[in-house]
Ligand binder design. Structure first.
Ligand SMILES: C[S@@+](CC[C@H](N)C(=O)[O-])C[C@H]1O[C@@H](n2cnc3c(N)ncnc32)[C@H](O)[C@@H]1O
Length: 294
């Protein structure tokens, strides 16, 4: 079996700033391979617990194996379901919640998931493989204006119109089945001019659209009012400016009510150069933490 890896980012900082009660209950909204959860559990006492959510059933299985701790309960659900889950379990609230947004290195590196133009694979990109919408469906059946819209809104792609038209024209000739086919179509209309592959933003936009990532991200801060106990904290780790903007604004909106919310870090926290050197995925990470006061 392949030993998939994902190095948790800013893990020590998150552990120090998120845990306010060692015997409390926490939510890891994006469990992944359990990297952050394992570190959080190392700081929790015997009664401390974590509910780990992930839409990806494979990730959940791997996290269970990696973490191997009875204080973790896994849930193969979107984190947007967490308030409902707490209500069903008659739990009033949690002491902290972590949202490490986006996809994990394991998903990116697994060619069969179709997330990366570096690996030849089917154009899939689903976190939850039970859902029906795939990237293949978008590129082969959506009209050019809808594809352009997601390239602009989820990828900030300068050449959105050109790329969307090329995708639709190519799909008319032959169905676009694989990551390399799509990358080639994009390269043909947008030749490589820098270190960044011209398909980077299109792949990001498709992934966000397939998984309705922004729908969930917009929901997350609203959930805090339902799930956090007083003195409870929530940490958001974002990886691109679009995602960070949504979280920054939503937390600012909550903090309008100064008696109920405060930002734990006024200035966004970024990984050190040492961490970035060891883990290049950390380079774009931004951490924001909010506390519920009452
Ligand atoms: C950056 S990874 C998390 C890595 C994890 N912190 C670790 O240390 O291993 C993000 C994970 O969130 C999951 N995910 C994305 N959107 C989700 C959602 N709405 N609900 C639950 N899980 C989600 C992805 O499937 C992926 O496994």
């Amino acid at each position: 079996m392949v030993n998939w890896q994902h190095i948790p980012i800013l893990a020590q900082t998150i552990k120090e700033l998120l845990i306010t009660d060692k015997e409390g209950l926490y939510i890891d909204g994006t469990l992944g391979l359990g990297g952050h959860t394992k570190i959080l559990l190392s700081a929790l006492g015997p009664k401390g617990r974590i509910f780990g959510f992930d839409k990806d059933a494979n990730a959940i299985e791997m996290a269970k194996e990696n973490v191997a701790d009875s204080r973790l309960e896994t849930l193969n659900l979107s984190y947007t379901e967490c308030a409902k889950v707490l209500a069903e379990k008659n739990i009033k609230g949690v002491n902290g919640a972590l949202f490490d947004l986006g996809l994990s290195s394991y998903q990116l590196d697994d060619a069969s998931r179709g997330f990366s133009f570096n690996n030849q694979g089917p154009l899939d990109m689903r976190f939850d493989t039970k859902q029906t919408l795939t990237a293949k469906e978008i590129v082969n059946t959506w009209p050019a204006d809808k594809i352009e819209e997601i390239l602009v809104n989820y990828g900030e792609e300068k050449f959105a119109s050109k790329i969307a038209r090329a995708i639709v024209l190519a799909a008319r000739e032959n169905p676009i089945e694989t990551t390399w086919q799509l990358a080639k179509i994009i390269e043909n209309v947008c030749p490589r001019t820098s270190k960044t592959h011209p398909a980077t933003r299109t792949f990001q936009a498709l992934r966000i659209a397939v998984n309705d990532e922004f729908g969930a991200v917009k929901e997350a801060p609203k959930l805090l009012e339902k799930i956090l106990l007083p003195k409870g904290r929530a940490a958001f780790l974002t990886f691109h400016s679009l995602e960070d903007r949504i979280i920054k604004q939503a937390l600012k909106d909550l903090c309008q009510d100064k008696e109920s919310w405060r930002l734990v870090n006024k200035k966004v926290i970024e990984p050190s150069w040492q961490e970035i050197k060891q883990n290049s995925r950390a380079r774009s990470a931004k951490l924001r933490i909010i506390e519920r006061l009452k």
